[in-house]
Design a protein around this ligand. Structure first.
Ligand SMILES: C[S@@+](CC[C@H](N)C(=O)[O-])C[C@H]1O[C@@H](n2cnc3c(N)ncnc32)[C@H](O)[C@@H]1O
Length: 228
């Protein structure tokens, strides 16, 4: 850009005359940067999710028993609910895992008896299940009456195959999947909305022209199986 044009831009109030941003645009960029970093000041993710499960367990009066974590191969939550006898189910084994992982598919597990679990939990799994409606049916079958299920999954997030990325959910969608349960929580979590996920956690997609961090929205569901 010529010096003459820069001087013209500065004279006409452009805050960054070499890039010809107006003050309003510069302000929008500043705000976007602020939003992009805001997730760092939020309560950490697990500390936002665990209380939802704890509240549901409390509402159900479920103080212990058997717990099934679906997709417990990675980052198992085996010590987070110490009142429960922990079982993990996953499509794959995890050599050297601190927990024993039963290999199985939550969409089809007839080898597990009806009403086997007091608490069934998953974290970042539902978006990776090929037929989540079958998983929801199996979970409702496996729950004891009065048992609790809680799932934290994604409404909007970058593509992240682990092993395959199939779905995104709304709060109403999760309620519909678990329509045999009494819903005690179904809501979005916007805490990481503008977080820049480029290059993180298997987010393999190249950045787009807008930075690729526009909408990261989590969704959490908790329900209680009615007592007969
Ligand atoms: C993104 S990982 C999340 C793991 C862990 N919960 C965490 O927070 O890191 C998703 C896990 O779900 C498992 N998974 C996907 N579909 C499944 C199914 N139908 N039945 C059981 N596990 C499944 C995958 O094998 C994988 O280990």
């Amino acid at each position: 850009m010529t010096i003459k044009r820069r001087l013209w831009a500065a004279y006409h109030g452009f805050r960054t005359p070499d890039r010809l941003f107006s003050q309003a645009t510069a302000e929008r960029i500043r705000q976007a940067d602020e939003e992009r970093l805001a997730w760092r000041d939020e309560v950490p993710r697990w500390e936002r999710i665990r209380p939802i499960a704890e509240d549901a367990l409390q509402q159900a009066g479920c103080t212990g028993g058997t717990m099934l974590e679906i997709g417990g191969r990675l980052n198992p939550r085996n010590t987070d609910f110490p009142a429960f006898d922990y079982h993990a189910l996953d499509l794959r084994e995890m050599p050297d895992s601190e927990v024993t992982v039963a290999v199985g598919d939550i969409t089809n597990c007839p080898h597990i008896a009806d009403e086997s679990y007091d608490f069934i939990f998953s974290f970042d799994v539902f978006e990776h299940i090929d037929k989540p409606w079958l998983a929801a049916q199996e979970i409702q079958r496996l729950l004891k009456p009065g048992g609790v299920t809680m799932h934290s999954t994604l409404f909007a997030w970058r593509y992240h195959p682990c092993p395959i990325d199939y779905w995104r959910f709304s709060a109403e969608g999760l309620k519909s999947l678990f329509d045999g349960l009494d819903c005690v929580h179904a809501d979005f979590d916007y805490s990481e909305r503008r977080r820049d996920l480029r290059g993180r956690d298997g987010n393999l997609v190249e950045s787009d022209a807008l930075g690729g961090w526009r909408e990261n929205v989590r969704v959490n569901y908790a329900g209680i199986k009615p007592r007969r």
